[in-house]
Design a protein around this ligand. Structure first.
Ligand code: SF4
Length: 369
C-alpha cells in the first residue's frame, strides 16, 4: 500500500493504524476496538479502500450463482434460526435428488457458474445422499463450481456416519466439491453462542473443522454474525481467531460479515437494524484487521443493495451473487425488487467507480475483465 495515504489522515490514532498498514504490520486488537468505535469513518474508509486497491486494483467481483437449500429439517433448532423446522412440521421439506437435479438444470439453462448449498442437520440424510447430490450437479454441467456445506454440517456428517472428518471431505471432493461457505461461525464467544445457538458446535470446533478442510486443500469462507447481543470485544475476539488460523493455514479466501435479522426467530435483537455507521465501521475494520484474508464480501441480500454498494469503498471487493434461483421465483410472479440480476450487480459496481468481474467462489474462473 502506498505511504501517501498517511498524509491524508488527520486523526492521530488512524494515522498510527495507517502507518502500520503501510509497513505491513498487523494492527492490534486495541486498534480494532478503536476502529469499531470511531466516528471518523471517512478516514477509516481511506485506509480500508487503499488496502482493497492494493489487493485488487480497480476490480470488484460478483458471482452468477444459485442457492440450494436441500432441507430445512434440523435437529438443532437454534434460537437464532427462522429457517429450520422439525420433521413433520408445516413447511418442513427435504428435496429429493431428482428435484435437486431439476432445479440445477433449470438454473444452468440461465448460465450459472456456481451452486451454493447449505441445509439443516437432518438425521435421515446419509453421506451417500450428499455424494450423489454433488455428482448429479457435476453431471448437469461439469463446469459448475460447487460451494457446499458449512463446518457445522461437515461435523454432523462425520458423527452421523461414523466417519473421520478427513474421509468426509475426501469423499465430497471426489464427488465434485469445490470450496466451503463460511456459515455456522456466528460469533465465537461461548457466552453468546449459548444464547443464540446453544446446541451448535462450539467456535473452537468450527475452527478445527476449517483447519482440516484447509489441510486438504479446500478453500473456505469465514462469517461473522453481528447485530445481536455482541460487544465490540466479542467482534475483535472473533476476528482474532480467524486471523490466527489464517496465519497457520492460509485457507480462508473470503470474510463475510452478516448482519443479524431477527424476524420470526426466538431472539429479539436489541437493535432491529444495523446503522450505516455500524456497517461501515465493521467492514472497514475487518478489511484492515484481517490483512491476511484476501477478500471481503458484502452480501446485498443481507445489507440492502445500496449499503452493500457503498461498502465497496470501505474495503469490500465482492458484492456476492445473483442467487439465480430467485430469478425463477421472480419469473413466476414474485414482486420483490429485482436486485439480484447480473446487470444490476454490474451497475452497482460500476457506479462505485470499479470494474465488475464475474467470478466463481474460487475467484479463478473470471469473465468480463
Ligand atoms: S444448525 Fe443451522 S439450520 Fe439448523 S437450526 Fe441452527 S442455524 Fe438453523
Amino acid at each position: 500500500m502506498k505511504d501517501g495515504i498517511i498524509d491524508k489522515i488527520t486523526n492521530k490514532d488512524l494515522r498510527l493504524i495507517a502507518d502500520k498498514v503501510v509497513r505491513g504490520i498487523p494492527v492490534s486488537e486495541a486498534d480494532a476496538l478503536f476502529m469499531l468505535d470511531t466516528n471518523d469513518i471517512l478516514e477509516l474508509g481511506l485506509i480500508a479502500d487503499a488496502l482493497r486497491t492494493s489487493l485488487h486494483g480497480d476490480i470488484a467481483y460478483y458471482e452468477v450463482n444459485m442457492n440450494l437449500n436441500y432441507t430445512n429439517v434440523c435437529e438443532l433448532r437454534c434460537p437464532l434460526c427462522a429457517f429450520s423446522r422439525a420433521e413433520g412440521d408445516a413447511g418442513a421439506f427435504t428435496l429429493g435428488l431428482d428435484e435437486i437435479e431439476d432445479k440445477v438444470r433449470q438454473a444452468d439453462s440461465f448460465g450459472i457458474d456456481e451452486v451454493h448449498i447449505v441445509g439443516g442437520l437432518n438425521p435421515k440424510l446419509k453421506i451417500e445422499y450428499f455424494e450423489e447430490m454433488l455428482r448429479r450437479i457435476k453431471n448437469v454441467n461439469p463446469d459448475i463450481f460447487i460451494v457446499a456445506f458449512t463446518a457445522v454440517e461437515y461435523d454432523y456428517f462425520a458423527r452421523l456416519n461414523g466417519l473421520p472428518l478427513e474421509d468426509v471431505f475426501v469423499r465430497m471432493k471426489n464427488a465434485g466439491l469445490g470450496a466451503l461457505p463460511g456459515g455456522g461461525a456466528e460469533v465465537f464467544s461461548p457466552k453468546l453462542r449459548e444464547m443464540i445457538a446453544p446446541r451448535k458446535i462450539p467456535g473452537k470446533r468450527w475452527l478445527e473443522v476449517m483447519r482440516v478442510a484447509h489441510s486438504l486443500g479446500l478453500k473456505t469462507n469465514a462469517t461473522l454474525l453481528y447485530n445481536h447481543m455482541e460487544t465490540s470485544g466479542d467482534v475483535v475476539d472473533h476476528l482474532s481467531q480467524i486471523r490466527a488460523l489464517q496465519d497457520e493455514t492460509g485457507g480462508f479466501k473470503t470474510f463475510v460479515p452478516l448482519p443479524y435479522h431477527d424476524a420470526r426467530t426466538e431472539i429479539r435483537a436489541r437493535r432491529t437494524q444495523t446503522t450505516g455507521f455500524g456497517d461501515v465501521r465493521l467492514f472497514a475494520a475487518s478489511r484492515i484487521f484481517l490483512h491476511n484474508v484476501p477478500h471481503l464480501k458484502s452480501l446485498w441480500m443481507y445489507l440492502g443493495e445500496k449499503m452493500a454498494q457503498l461498502l465497496l469503498r470501505f474495503g469490500v471487493d465482492d458484492l456476492g451473487g445473483t442467487y439465480h434461483y430467485e430469478k425463477v421465483v421472480h419469473s413466476a410472479g414474485a414482486t420483490t425488487a429485482d436486485a439480484g440480476s447480473e446487470s444490476h450487480l454490474r451497475r452497482l459496481i460500476e457506479h462505485a467507480g470499479l470494474r465488475p468481474v464475474r467470478a466463481a467462489a474460487n475467484y479463478e474462473m473470471r469473465r468480463g475483465q
